[in-house]
Write a protein that binds this ligand. Structure first.
Ligand code: HDE
Length: 711
């Protein structure tokens, strides 16, 4: 008899993964996917299980019997379920997608995934925080990892980058020191997922090369609103090499199509408690809805002859190449359009490695990059339990991979043939080398000429630690500067040892900008430094508009999330009108009520509620709409929770609309209308201004007024 039970993939509503999107990698993974719908429960040896509720016992109250192979197998497997979390970047979330090349870029590289207009390459991208454990919150102040695996037809290329273009240290040998310092302190494992503690600030205040990167982490860049709203950077300078063997230096960039924008600090703290999965949920739900995440891949290109043209060293990973000096050229577009089926099998077992490159790409001598080349294999050996991690489905290349590496734990491949060495004549010499070629050739390292004494030293060209930090500071808008001052104040305020606070202010901040140092010193009650401790060097250029998030506002409201606050008696027609306008522009609304129960509108309709106010608080939205209706407005005026909802959204600088009978609420809350706090009698009258305010992401001009709000 044939089993007619539908499989997971056929069950509407139970399997939420959008299967419409598939690519060569997803098709390859299909072979490994397992669907138990309609299947018998069995042991790992295939034996059907009759009773999964009771251990085998001697009598129904008797001792359990060791011979119960079913219980033993189950418990043993469970005991071994955990693997070490990543030493850094432990918390992450990932998605599948596709990269499409805009053109034939073979003038620049022979990498095949960039060799033709429209060429598609499957990708798997993992975003992460750095400091916290696997279970920590998403919205902490931290760098975000942005690791992309391109499954190219010439092998895997991993671009293992961050959402900030520089790093804390210049040499890999300092990485364990840096990570020990930023991780929770060793005696009590506190604090989790935070840099606001003595050991971090001790290390960075003693390590001037960290000044530039720490400034980035104190900026709004460390608080992304969404993974879709982050820039990505390869950080190091790489080489791209074309078929003629011409090598050029490049910096890789990911430019988000949605714009780049961040949360405000108080909001991040609240989200960390109210929805610790904020960023991963946002990505998961958006992809499920077909609202995909998109970036353009770009490169800044420097001709080999221009290597020493800049006032910093291209090999120094604490420096940016200002976009005003070398513009970013767009190479293609990446779209993330498919969630994984299983977090552990895909996201957790994904093994990224900066050393996974393909012909046409090569490394430079950046000493941080060089050290990473060692670290990423080494860490997978521990984390994934041996050298066969490349056989795990998510890590397999799409192209064939044959060599004479054999055996070791968990080997999957069954090698045929007698020869496991090369040269051999037994198997006719296979697998054989492929000479380098313009296309489809073997990997060839760029024949860079290298000579030098064997020394432990830091090049003098790596010696300027402050001028680019000054450049970043100069490039910030007034609100961003205030946020940075607030961040240093908060973090250093958590540092118990005053001498560490002083050192950071006097020996680091004063060398970035005296005004920054003064403001932070005053906030901490420290003496204000009067002069830098190193001779200032003017950066080139003096400021870079590309660095300010204010210049990356989306300008539209696509994908933004709006809370519609309702109660019994709410004006249902205003909700319909507002939702229709949001939908036209690709924004999303949720109906938020006093409880999860439906409410009755003014005209007697039952309105389903998506969530209660405490279930989806204001921090989970980008804007709030209060539709009016006399009874609803009266109920809200008496509800501390509703008033807090509006006040908190105001405090976090979000656009708010109060319509009709809801308008008097504003005065009773002590709020003055502004460019984003809008009131009106109908949706048509306010929507234009609302969309404009939301397109700018937040109402920055409100910040001073918001400071007085007790939310
Ligand atoms: Fe990493 N880094 N890193 N890193 N890194 C790891 O590899 C390391 C650095 C980055 O989603 C580890 O598989 C050293 C810079 C990302 O799985 C480990 C040094 C940049 C991810 C490691 C650096 C990064 C990692 C931990 C200094 C931005 C997450 C688990 C020499 C360009 C990848 C793992 C994922 C992960 C070592 C510095 C980005 C231990 C030694 C600079 C996005 O191998």
């Amino acid at each position: 008899m044939t089993d007619k039970t539908p499989k997971q993939s056929e069950l509407a509503g139970t399997d939420t993964v959008d299967r419409a999107n598939h690519n060569a990698k997803l098709d390859q993974l299909e072979e490994f996917r397992s669907d138990a719908t309609g299947e018998a429960l069995r042991t790992n040896q295939g034996v059907k299980i009759a009773d999964n509720q009771n251990t085998l016992k001697a009598g129904d109250r008797g001792p359990s019997l060791l011979e119960d192979f079913i219980m033993r197998e189950k418990i043993t497997h469970f005991d071994h379920e955990r693997i070490p979390e990543r030493i850094v970047h432990a918390r992450g979330a990932a998605a599948h997608g596709v990269f499409q090349s805009y053109a034939d870029h073979s003038w620049l590289t022979k990498a095949s995934f960039l060799a033709a207009e429209g060429k598609e390459t499957p990708v798997f991208v993992r975003f992460s925080t750095v400091q916290g454990s696997r279970g920590s919150a998403d919205t902490v102040r931290d760098v975000r990892g942005f690791a992309t695996k391109f499954y190219t037809d010439e092998g895997n290329f991993d671009l293992v980058g961050n959402n900030m273009p520089v790093f804390f240290i210049q040499d890999a040998i300092k990485f364990p020191d840096f990570v020990h310092a930023v991780k929770p302190e060793p005696h009590n494992e506190i604090p989790q997922a935070q840099s606001a503690h003595d050991s971090f600030w001790d290390f960075v205040s003693l390590t001037p090369e960290s000044a530039h990167m720490v400034l980035w982490t104190m900026s709004d860049r460390a608080l992304p609103r969404s993974y879709r709203a982050m820039e990505g950077f390869g950080v190091h300078t790489f080489r791209l090499i074309n078929a003629e063997g011409v090598s050029r230096f490049v910096k890789f960039h990911w430019k988000p199509v949605a714009g780049a924008f961040s949360l405000v600090w108080d909001e991040t703290l609240k989200i960390a408690g109210k929805d610790p999965d904020f960023n991963r949920r946002d990505m998961w739900e958006s992809i499920e809805m077909g609202d995909y995440f998109e970036w353009e891949l770009g490169v800044q290109v420097v001709e080999e002859a221009d290597e020493h043209k800049f006032d910093f060293d291209l090999l120094d990973p604490t420096k940016i190449l200002p976009e005003e000096l070398v513009p970013v050229q767009k190479l293609g577009k990446m779209i993330l359009n498919r969630n994984p089926d299983n977090f552990f099998a895909e996201t957790e077992q994904a093994a990224f490695h900066i050393g996974h490159i393909v012909p046409g790409i090569d490394f430079t001598n950046d000493p941080l990059l060089q050290g990473r080349l060692f670290s990423y294999t080494d860490t997978q050996l521990l984390r994934l339990g041996g050298p066969n991690f490349h056989e795990i489905p998510i890590n397999r290349p799409l192209c064939p991979f044959h060599n004479n590496q054999r055996d070791a734990f968990h080997r999957q491949t069954i090698h045929k043939g007698r020869a496991n060495y090369e040269p051999n004549s037994i198997d006719s010499g296979w697998p054989k080398e492929t000479p380098p070629a313009a296309q489809g050739g073997g990997f060839e390292s760029y024949p860079e000429r290298v000579e030098g004494h064997k020394i432990r030293n830091r090049s003098e060209s790596f010696g300027d630690h402050f001028s680019q930090a000054t450049l970043f500071w100069n490039s910030m808008s007034a609100p961003e500067k205030e946020h940075i001052i607030g961040a240093y104040t908060f973090e250093l305020g958590k540092v118990e040892r005053v001498f560490i606070r002083e050192r950071q202010v006097n020996e680091i901040l004063a060398n970035i900008d005296l005004e920054l140092a003064r403001r932070v010193a005053e906030n901490l009650g420290l003496p204000v430094p009067s002069a830098p401790t190193v001779t200032p060097k003017t950066p080139t250029p003096q400021d870079s508009p590309a660095l300010s998030l204010m210049n990356h506002a989306p300008g539209n409201i696509k994908s933004r999330k709006i809370a519609i606050l309702v109660a019994n008696g709410v004006d249902g027609s205003a909700i319909d009108a507002f939702k229709a306008k949001l939908a036209e522009q690709g924004a999303l609304a949720k109906i938020i009520g006093p409880s999860p129960a439906p409410v009755k509108t003014a005209d007697g309709q039952m309105l389903p509620v998506d969530a209660a106010m405490d279930g989806m608080p204001s921090v989970m939205f980008d804007a709030v709409f209060v539709p009016g209706g006399a009874d609803a407005a009266a109920a809200m005026a008496k509800s501390g929770e509703a008033k807090h909802y509006v006040l908190e959204a105001y405090k976090h600088l979000k656009p708010i609309v109060m319509l009709g009978a809801a308008r008097p609420l504003l005065a009773s809350l002590g709020l003055q209308p502004d460019s984003g706090l809008l009131e009106g009698d109908d949706v048509d009258g306010v929507f234009g201004n609302f969309a404009q305010a939301l397109g700018q992401h937040r109402v920055w001009a409100r910040e001073a007024a918001a400071a007085a709000i007790p939310a």
